[in-house]
Each structure stands twice: as C-alpha cells, then as structure tokens.
Design a protein around this ligand. Structure first.
Ligand SMILES: Nc1ncnc2c1ncn2[C@@H]1O[C@H](COP(=O)(O)OP(=O)(O)OP(=O)(O)O)[C@@H](O)[C@H]1O
Ligand SMILES: [Mg+2]
Length: 257
C-alpha cells in the first residue's frame, strides 16, 4: 500500500507539546505509591499543621520532579500553598531566597523577614536538585524561622543527606523516599502511553517502536526516550512520511548524545 505524502498542513503529532521536557503528565504510571507517600507527608499542611520533611532520591529521569509537581498540583486544588525552587538554576542561598520571594509576589528586596510576613498559611517548600545548591544557609534559615511547613528535597545523589551539616540534618529529620529504576516492561508501558498521547494512531512502525524501546531501556532514562520519540517523529515529518520508520529513529539516535 502506497501512502500519500503528508502535506504541510498535516501532522503525525496529535500533541507534540506532550513530548516537551516541561510537560507534566496527569498520570505517572508506576509512581502511584511514591505520589501517595508524598501527598500523605504534605496533607497535614491542609489542616494547618506542619507536614513531614522528605528527601526524595533516585537516578536521572525516574520521575522525581514530575511526581512531586503532580502532587503539588493536586493538593493545590485543596488549597495547598507551595514553593518550588530548582537549585541548579538558583544555586546561591540569596538567589534561592529571591526565587521564593518572587513566587510569593514580594516586591523589592527579598528577605526571609518579608517571606515570613507574607506566609499566612502553611507552606510546602520543594528544593529540586538540592545537591547543586552552593550553600545550605537558606535551608537552615527556613528550618529555623518558618514555623508551619514541610520541606521536600530532591536529588539524584542518594548520600546527599549524609553529607550535610549535622545542625541542618537534625532540624530536617527527613523521611527518605527512593524512586527506584523502572523495569524494562515499565519503560515500555510509559513510552507506549506517551506515544498514544503525542501521536495519531498507526503512525509508528513496530520496528521503530522496538528500537525506541531498546535504546531507552539501554539508557535507562525516560527523558532520553521522550526526546528520541519526538525527534524521530520530526524526522518522519521532514520527509513527509505518515509513518515513523526505524530509519527515522536511527537518524534521531545519531544526533542525540
Ligand atoms: N512514570 C512515568 N510516567 C510518565 N512519564 C514519566 C514517568 N516517569 C518519568 N516520566 C517522564 O520522564 C521525564 C523525566 O522525569 P523527571 O523530570 O520527573 O525525572 P527526574 O527523576 O526529576 O530526573 P532528574 O534527576 O534528571 O531531574 C519527564 O518528561 C517525565 O514526564
Ligand atoms: Mg528532576
């Protein structure tokens, strides 16, 4: 069967945005238990008391950031206030305090005093990529100064907590939640679900799917798999192909390091 070429108005993608790194899927399969644990630790904040502090760890691309973001979105519907700071983009303590102030719409100098004054309800503070923070002075200040809260730290360094100043560790007393690696079948299922979401039905040849799965399993990184999926689709579109073939995945692989 010969397919007519894809016209410039057509696309094999039904939702290409769902393959962008910022897209947070509504459901994260295989992370239900972790999300439940996170939600349970934060729930007391909705009743006006402090939550439990968490240290979330696991390798790159195992869904830590997105699982936490989903829980925050869900609890926000019940009125949870949360602050989310990426400590890679804001590494210095003063930048982190600045990022918190900005999220609270504080104008002018950002100080912990102003943040305290602005917080009229319990707050969940999430510090993603915490191992990238240049100093933990901001964390000490938050643990000391802010009364009703929960602090969530996310890292891919399992032993990060063990290495921090004792004074912070003993104030934090974080519960550890491990995001274990996905099993091969889980990786396949996650990729299949996102493919259904991002592409029209019947647009992927089974050999292309097999190669996508094989390479994602090899790398053990869903983020890599999603980028490979997107670039393979774009390669197919560039050739006006209605189907993503194995060669489109191969071409995408050559360019993805
Ligand atoms: N269970 C899942 N279901 C659907 N998508 C997932 C799942 N786990 C991870 N992903 C997707 O994989 C990508 C990486 O996830 P995320 O950014 O949460 O990883 P991470 O653990 O925070 O990695 P890093 O340590 O590198 O920051 C995201 O696009 C996310 O949507
Ligand atoms: Mg992350």
């Amino acid at each position: 069967m010969k397919l007519t070429p894809l016209s410039s108005e057509e696309s094999i993608f039904s939702n290409i945005d769902s393959l962008s790194p910022d897209f947070v899927p509504k459901i994260l399969p295989f992370r239900e238990n972790e999300q439940k644990e996170i939600a349970l630790a934060l729930q007391p904040l909705l009743n006006g008391t402090s939550g439990r502090n968490l240290f979330i760890y696991g390798k790159a691309g195992v869904g830590k950031t997105h699982a936490v973001k989903r829980v925050l979105e869900e609890l926000a519907e019940h009125g949870l206030l949360s602050i989310f700071v990426n400590c890679w983009t804001h590494a210095e303590s003063e930048n982190i305090i600045g990022a918190i102030a900005k999220q609270l719409s504080i104008i002018g100098d950002s100080t912990l005093e102003k943040i305290k004054a602005r917080l009229t309800m319990p707050c969940a503070f999430v510090f993603d990529e915490i191992d990238q923070a240049k100093s933990l002075d901001f964390l000490y200040a938050i643990l000391e100064e802010i009364k009703t809260k929960a602090v969530v730290l996310i890292s891919n360094k399992k032993d990060f907590i063990a290495g921090i100043d004792e004074r912070i560790r003993s104030r934090l007393l974080a519960e550890h939640i491990e995001f274990r690696d996905y099993k091969e079948d889980e990786i396949r299922a996650i990729l299949a679900e996102r493919r259904k979401y991002a592409f029209y039905e019947g647009t992927w040849h089974k050999e292309a799917i097999a190669l996508l799965e094989e390479k994602t399993i090899e790398r053990n990184d869903i983020r890599f798999g999603l980028a490979l999926m997107k670039n393979s689709g774009l390669n197919a579109e560039r050739e006006a192909s209605r189907i993503v073939f194995r060669k489109h995945v191969e071409e995408a692989l050559e360019k993805l390091s």
